[in-house]
Design a protein around this ligand. Sequence first.
Ligand code: ADP
Length: 475
Amino acid sequence: MLGYSSLAEMSCSINAKDVYVNKEKRKHIISVLDKRGHINAIESKWVTKNKRYIYVRETAHKTVDDEGNVIYVGTIENITREKKAELKLLQIAIELRNLMNNANIPIIGIDKHKKISEWNTAAQDLFAYKKVDVAGKDFSKLLAPKTEIEKLDKIIQAAFNGNEINNYKCTLKTHLNKYLKTLLNVTVKYDYYGNIKGIMVIVHDISEIEEYRTTLEKKVTERTNKLKLALEREKELGKLKTRFIAMASHEFRTPLAAINFAAGFLKKYDSKLDAEQKNKKFQKIETQVKHMTKLLESILHIEKNEQNQEFAKPQMIRFKDFIEPIIQEACEQTNYSHKVELSIDKIDDMIYIDTEKGYTIFLNLLINAIKYSPNENTVYVNCYCKNNETIVEIKDLGMGINPKDIELIYDKFHRGTNVETIQGTGLGLSIVKSGVNLHNANISVKSKLGEGSTFTLRFPLNNLPVLMSKPDRDK
Ligand code: ADP
């Protein structure tokens, strides 16, 4: 083992202490041996005759020979291989510890008593606790918000039962009370005998990614909604175009044909017609032109509304003063075919309304009531004030509205299925509805086919500066 070929040669080296690498340690060993009378499994480093280092384990005791001389008797065992393996392991352990300490991901060790035993620099940076502050503390209680402690304890217990935990999502709290969204990965540590001696928790701080994901999701939803709206609007416009073309081709063709016919007639029979006959034809042309102008005005009105250019400037006005000129106009426009019966609860009942827009609203409703009751001769306007509202009912006993049309009558260009023979554009009620909305008012209808319709309008009666803002045009 030591490379000496003879005892004499070896004794010589031993006596000269050449075999001991650490002479101080040797002195200590001898003193222990002298004092206690024995040494047991002491490890030391020796040098062989060929100047190689070896590790030995010594066991010796002190005794006296027959002549009374003190002698040391013992054994040495070459443990160089064992020792080298041990040193290597030690080195690996140190390297691992350094690696863990310097890793840029927080790693936390928890011992078998479930207390924090390891805490690397990244953990210190993330949670703003120093190792001395956390050593021996309960992991969950220290880092989890109150509501999460129990759940986290269960996870830790699961790890102590030998389960690896992967990507457990939880919220943790720093020393500065900042809440972090994290993913925990937990591995189990075993001792030499295979018993669980602790766990290692690796913390991934995903707060930033989570925030980014949430904002991204929010943005995507917003964009999708906007696109959906745009698509809906596009579809709606498409429908409107189709309806407009259908209406225009019908509504323009008849007056144009009438104008064409009257003009041709005048041209052809100019010399044969007397003044009255000519006048009749001119009047016909004039009426049809008026009708077309009205039609165009309605379309322009809608277009203006679409662009949100409308505001209501309401004023308080006696209902009687407001409605009478409108009734007069409605009768004139319908050639006095019907009587309009006006009933007002109290003579001084007021309405808070933009008189210009109100004119359009009530004129449209009155003309409709007259137009759609061809076999009747009276329509009714009834007004009263209740609960700080002016309530106006416009009632006719005419043809009524088909229940399947009721929902659609305020849509642009929609015409009832039972009114084909009566002239119209399907725009009037859409204009009425947007006018009503501008006043924060309300319109509803009750109708029965063949029995008539009643439109009820409720205008708020207050002096608030109504509608300084732009109205919600889709109401
Ligand atoms: P138009 O009268 O030009 O067709 P409106 O928008 O004013 O357009 O009315 C839409 C539809 O509502 C009408 O085509 C008709 O079917 C129905 N309507 C409106 N008012 C009445 C009413 N008083 N009686 C019966 N139907 C009505």
